[in-house]
Ligand binder design. Sequence first.
Ligand SMILES: Cc1ncc(COP(=O)(O)O)c(C=O)c1O
Length: 441
Amino acid sequence: MDLPPCDYIPEAYQGPSKEELLARRKAVLNPGIFLLYKDPFYPVQGYMQYLWDETGKRYLDAFGGICTVSVGHCHPEVTAAITAQAGMIQHAPTCYLHPAVVEFAESLVSTFPDPLKRVYFVNSGSEANDLAILMARLFTDHHEVISLRNCYHGGNAVGMSLTGHHTWKYPVPPMPGFQHAKAPHPIWGPIRYDTPGAGRDYAAEIQQLIQFGTSGKIAAFIAEPMQGVGGTVPYPSDYLEHAYAHVRAAGGVCIADEVQTGFGRTGTHFWGFENYGVTPDIVVMAKSIGNGFPLAAVVTTDEIAAKMSERIHFNTFGGDPLAMVAGKATLDVMLRDDTMGHCKLIGDRLITGLKSLQSRFPIIADVRGSGLILGVEFVIDRQPATAFTADFFERCKDHGLIVGKGGLFGSVIRIKPPMCLTEADADFLLGVFAEVLAELS
Ligand SMILES: Cc1ncc(COP(=O)(O)O)c(C=O)c1O
């Protein structure tokens, strides 16, 4: 299967060889970081939905970093905004006046329903979640926090405490006050999604955890509108409505972690929570917000922000002009080009194609998600097909296609490309999937 044509001509790469870089990286970098692929991937240039490796080979990037490149690698307008700002003033803290932070904040809050109108800028999703939990605890005067099993919320102390996957948790004493409720899952969960009352019954797990595992009063409940690292796991449509009701009855606030689902990626609404007809009290976002620039934010209500203003809140790089122009240029492109509508168009095409593959290859147990946040789960003999998924993932790269892998057992292929994927790219992805499935069957 050939990649769709592309006019962009990358520069000839002149940096270190793969072997040299691997050796130097091994000598100096944190030994805990992992490399995907047996033969590590070495992308040296990117343009929109494509990447080129050190040999000049082109790939379709259907993972966008890790769901991070939103409007496209080196999108010309984002690059131009960052370059222009870098030549004016690179750093100005929020304790001085600068228009970029105000302009981006105004645009960002315009995408939220009332009463979510106050923005805090930080630098990463983990940091944003840490801030969101602080806000919830201060505002409610309660301590206990509930997240979901199979969730991922970051790698700092709070993020790790929230996260519901052992693979991402170091064996250190957990921070007090964090518990994980049993979460919905279309394959491994005890209740089928199409069972009447499934959302209500899954949400009852939260009520029970509050009743049996906490003081009865909680600070917060946090959930991704669709679990990302957990393997693209959406919930029954009424789940969050019932969950939020239990949380609010126990005095808690509701936090939506939109780090992967936000910015129109689900194709139907700009924010993932809107797909469930709920409004959280605090929203956390990162990744897509800056098209790859290190940037994250927390959006909340005036009431919660008022409580936070009892102390000074400062973050050296939060609101930095370079990050702000990257965020604003990215959001401008999304709103002007209706990338959300495009996610729906291409996502629907992919879902139709993937479901057709599912009818030919029974190893595909589930095709789920919406827009350009999709998951394909492989199951053999009612067990997660971990080894098969690893092979599939490797072979896609050999065919020029970069995808992600996830789920606790590594049995889900994750598709979260830059939002500029074309119909021809979608057909290429489906063609590669068909070829690899045939090779491995
Ligand atoms: C849903 C979710 N929340 C939080 C984070 C943490 O973000 P960061 O890696 O920017 O700290 C991630 C990262 O993958 C994520 O997927």
